[in-house]
Design a protein around this ligand. Structure first.
Ligand SMILES: [Zn+2]
Length: 96
């Protein structure tokens, strides 16, 4: 059953599970007993998918909380850097 969020006039926020057909608009607050209004969450108004949001969130997070690693990533190349290109002719180009 989905969780619905309720907010009381005294500032108490709580969640309760109801089936979608039975969810009430008002529910008694567990702390003060007064009727608490159901909150309606804002939808994400974008055509971007969940993967795009994960990328955006990870990018924003890495600006302030960079991931700390103890060694360079050991992939299939044994820790070597990935080449920028797979064209073998590019290997003959002069390097800086
Ligand atoms: Zn309350």
């Amino acid at each position: 059953m989905p969780l619905y969020e309720f907010h009381c006039a005294d500032g108490t926020a709580f969640e309760a599970a109801f089936s979608m057909a039975d969810v009430p608009g008002l529910l008694d607050c567990p702390s003060c007993g007064m009727p608490a209004k159901r909150l309606f969450p804002s939808p994400r108004l974008s055509i971007a998918g969940a993967a795009a949001y994960q990328l955006i969130d990870a990018s924003n997070r890495s600006a302030h909380i960079p991931e700390v690693v103890s060694s360079p990533g050991a992939g299939s190349h044994g820790g070597r850097r990935h080449p920028y290109t797979s064209n073998p002719l590019h290997q003959k180009l002069p390097r800086p």
